[in-house]
Design a binder for this molecule. Structure first.
Ligand SMILES: [Zn+2]
Length: 843
């Protein structure tokens, strides 16, 4: 029974820590584990390139079994990935993936660090990666991370010796780690950092190898392992009721936008690390071999250890508050340590333990979810001592305005005190993700403040310090101001309290396409971040474009309310691109930011501020066909893009596809990865191919080679072999090899300049072999590679046409790339030359 109870306790607490912002409410088991970690003075840093690269098994093992301070340094925030759970891409996807990493770390017990490197998309080789990243800046950030975190051991996820075998970002992460290992300890390098953190030489560097890097399990079995250490990362933690690998699966399942939700696993499992540099460990069973990880490591630490090891040895699970006098004594001694590094870390750890032992509940929750700079915010305070210890609340200090209010209140056992304070948000900076405040480059975020670099999040702008006396000794416990509320269908919820602009303005679309010279009505939504917003809005625009009216009044009484204003945009008569920016004037201040709110259940709510702008494109484009059926796959914005240029697009529910249902369409377009994600297509593929045979026009966008839902010989009417061929350089030269084919001539002539201005890549997962019935249209390749001709293939089948394309239209159309629109229109128009004469072409 007791065991069962413990299990339930642990798992409830466990789940509550997954949803961030909720206060930690530690059970005795968890307090005990925190004491174990308090008594281990060793640190490990894991280094890779992306959110989801990290081996959560090893991170969980080091953090929970070895008890080491463990951090994951992800060079990027994963902006270049795809999003399986929502519409966010680029910067906003990076925000989600940052939070998913933090969610994973809350499960596996690690910490999270970053650099300023931006995930610009797939890269085949570290040379290409380092052409786009600023090598010196990224290296400087890795050195900064090492000097700040001071790891004894570093573990690379990837092999620095095999460029070209995996993503260029991956290999680069390992190469930079190899360099940074030597530079971090060198006092003559990156000297401007040394004012904040001393140089630091880690003891040893490993590569987290596995059979995968050897090609097969058999090859790995035969490999020389004399320089490898291995651990059983399947160990069981009775205090948690979980195996380490189970914990690791839960952690990596936080990467939901990458489709990492998976089954948990248990049982013995070996993990290998290969020694690369530094001191070879004498004891191969201990990654920290030869490193003092006891309290004796720090000057003055031995006496602290004497107190804390005794608590660990005789821990009172029934009444942990009995340890408070000794913990407070140790707390005072840690405050006097000379070693700032360990002092800061261990003070934070022991504060948490003391608070938990006392069952001390301290919460500062704002009465609103956000405030504006220089405004006042009312904060509700709950203070509750759930032990018999003598605890006094001396005063409270709000960190935003440094105002201290005296309290001198005895916190009697289990008597809740509800207090309040008013804090001024004496700051001009917003709480949104700091790395997006300034415009960066393709490869780097722009973060001027060295102290912010590498932080996973913007430091909480409003906190409350509770200045207490416990058992007669002073201690300060700091809590971020949160916003607490409830929803009938979700229960109690917490979110970060935010500081946001007084007003924000969003365009509905990121890109607006004008396919003729007709004007468009464009909505601008203005949202108030405070009560009584009164001002006007105008739209900044390029000279050749016109916007009416020149300005409009805006008046919003209630904070949080929105109004939508319509502006008329007149495009120029010739092909042209530009940017529109709404400018909201309140008094003498101008606001130009857009607020994007991101809400998912597995991460805390995020409010992202980005420059508010929309790209406007005037195309000179001809269209054949009008009525498009769209079968959605993994999700893309192509239907909306096609609607913008005047197509009528209908989303097809795959279950309704029948012999006749497709006949009405001029073309049927299949969304990205539809054959990987839509089970129904297995049963409907024959109707799709019949539609082609009877004169229809089908355009299939890219699928990956793995997990195709249809039989491979059914994907296309003729044989087609998908591969991993891709062209990642968005500027790679494109040669039209089927110059006379109508797809590059009708209704729009496709020329070299139509391949200018593409974004992120040319395309991916091109077929690498195909039946003779297919005509390859284009040829392209990345630097140093052979020509890839499978990006756009077309075959006549019966009376219709089947097109397979790995070109990244799903990126190019939403980005407003004119040439991509022309080519897509031509794909839709193939076979319609006879029916539609040029004169009849709909504009
Ligand atoms: Zn990766």
């Amino acid at each position: 029974m007791r065991k069962l109870l413990l299990f339930i306790l642990v798992n409830c607490a466990f789940i509550s820590t997954i949803s961030a912002q909720k206060p930690d409410k530690l059970s005795s088991n968890q307090i005990y584990e925190k004491v174990q970690k308090l008594n281990f003075l060793g640190s490990a840093l894991y280094i890779a390139a992306h959110p989801d690269d990290e081996n959560t098994r090893l991170i969980a093992y080091l953090s929970n079994n070895v008890k080491a301070r463990t951090a994951y340094l992800s060079l990027t925030r994963g902006d270049g990935g795809q999003n399986l759970i929502g519409p966010e891409i680029r910067e906003q996807l990076g925000v989600i993936r940052t939070q998913e990493l933090l969610a994973a770390r809350r499960v596996d017990g690690g910490q999270q660090l970053f650099t300023r490197a931006n995930d610009f998309g797939y890269s085949k080789h570290p040379d290409e990666t380092l052409d786009i990243w600023n090598k010196d800046e990224v290296l400087s950030d890795v050195v900064w991370a090492i000097r700040k975190f001071k790891p004894d051991v570093i573990i690379n996820r990837f092999d620095h010796r095999t460029p070209g075998r995996t993503h260029g970002h991956h290999t680069t992460s390992a190469m930079l780690s190899m360099e940074a290992f030597d530079l971090a300890g060198d006092k003559t390098k990156y000297t401007s950092q040394l004012g904040t953190y001393d140089a630091w030489q880690p003891t040893r560097l490993f590569f987290n190898t596995s059979w995968w890097f050897y090609g097969s399990r058999e090859k790995f079995e035969k490999a020389d392992k004399s320089k490898m250490l291995n651990f059983d990362i399947g160990v069981y933690y009775p205090l948690k009721g979980l195996s380490n690998n189970e914990l690791a699966s839960i952690a990596s399942s936080q990467h939901l936008c990458q489709g990492f939700g998976r089954l948990t696993s248990r049982g013995t499992q070996q993990e290998y690390v290969e020694f690369l540099k530094g001191d070879f460990p004498k004891d191969k069973s201990n990654i920290f071999s030869g490193i003092d990880t006891s309290w004796s490591r720090v000057k003055g630490g031995k006496a602290i250890g004497n107190i804390l090891y005794a608590i660990e040895k005789d821990f009172d699970f029934v009444n942990p508050a009995s340890h408070l006098p000794q913990l407070m004594k140790a707390y005072g001694m840690i405050q006097n340590l000379e070693d700032d590094h360990w002092k800061t870390i261990k003070l934070a750890e022991i504060e948490n333990i003391i608070q938990a032992c006392a069952g001390l509940y301290l919460e500062a929750s704002a009465t609103a979810s956000s405030g504006t700079p220089r405004a006042n915010v009312a904060v509700n305070i709950e203070a509750l001592n759930r032990s018999n210890a003598t605890i006094k609340l001396i005063s409270m200090t709000s960190t935003s305005d440094q105002k201290t209010t005296p309290q001198n209140l005895n916190l009697a056992a289990n008597k809740r005190e509800n207090l309040s304070l008013e804090a001024n948000l004496a700051t001009d900076t917003y709480s949104a993700p700091y790395w997006l405040f300034e415009k960066g480059t393709l490869g780097m975020y722009n973060v001027a403040d060295q102290q912010l670099r590498g932080l996973p999040e913007t430091p909480r702008p409003a906190m409350v310090k509770f200045n207490l006396e416990i058992e007669g000794k002073s201690i300060t416990i700091t809590k971020p101001v949160v916003y607490r509320y409830s929803k009938p269908d979700k229960g109690e919820l917490y979110q970060p309290f935010e500081i946001l602009p007084e007003v924000t303005a969003n365009f509905k679309d990121k890109v607006i396409i004008f396919s003729n010279d007709k004007t468009k009505e464009i909505p601008v939504t203005v949202k108030a971040g405070k009560d009584n917003v009164d001002g006007y809005v105008s739209i900044k625009h390029p000279y050749s474009w016109k916007v009416y009216p020149a300005k409009q009044k805006v008046n919003i009484q209630q904070k949080g309310d929105e109004v939508t204003l319509m502006f008329t945009v007149v495009p120029p008569s010739t092909q042209s691109e530009g940017v529109l920016t709404p400018e909201v004037y309140i008094g003498d201040k101008k606001y130009t930011q857009a607020l994007n709110e991101i809400e998912y259940d597995h991460i805390p709510k995020q409010s992202v501020l980005l420059p508010s702008e929309t790209k406007v494109v005037r195309l000179n484009i001809q269209k054949g066909g009008q009525y498009i059926g769209y079968i959605q796959g993994a999700g893309d914005a192509i239907p909306e893009s096609l609607r913008q240029i005047g197509y009528h697009v209908e989303i097809i529910d795959p279950s309704t596809i029948s012999g006749e249902s497709l006949e009405k369409y001029d073309a049927v377009v299949v969304g990205i990865r539809a054959y990987n994600t839509v089970d129904e297509l297995k049963f409907k593929q024959k109707y799709i191919l019949d539609y082609v045979k009877n004169g229809g026009n089908v355009i299939v966008q890219y699928n990956t080679n793995r997990r195709i839902k249809v039989e491979r010989d059914e994907l296309a009417p003729f044989s087609l072999q998908l591969s991993r061929d891709r062209v990642t350089d968005e500027n790679a030269k494109v040669e039209v090899i089927a110059k006379d084919h109508s797809i590059v001539n009708f209704p729009n002539k496709i020329e070299a300049k139509d391949f200018d201005g593409w974004v992120q890549e040319r395309g991916l997962y091109f077929p690498n072999s195909w039946a003779n019935e297919f005509t390859p249209i284009l040829s392209m390749h990345d630097k140093g590679e052979t020509a890839k001709k499978g990006s756009l293939l077309i075959a006549k089948y019966g009376k219709g046409n089947y097109i397979y394309t790995g070109l990244s239209f799903f990126r190019e159309l939403p980005a407003g790339v004119p040439g991509a629109y022309k080519l897509f229109t031509n794909m839709i128009s193939v076979g319609k030359e006879q029916v539609i004469t040029k004169k009849e072409l709909k504009n």
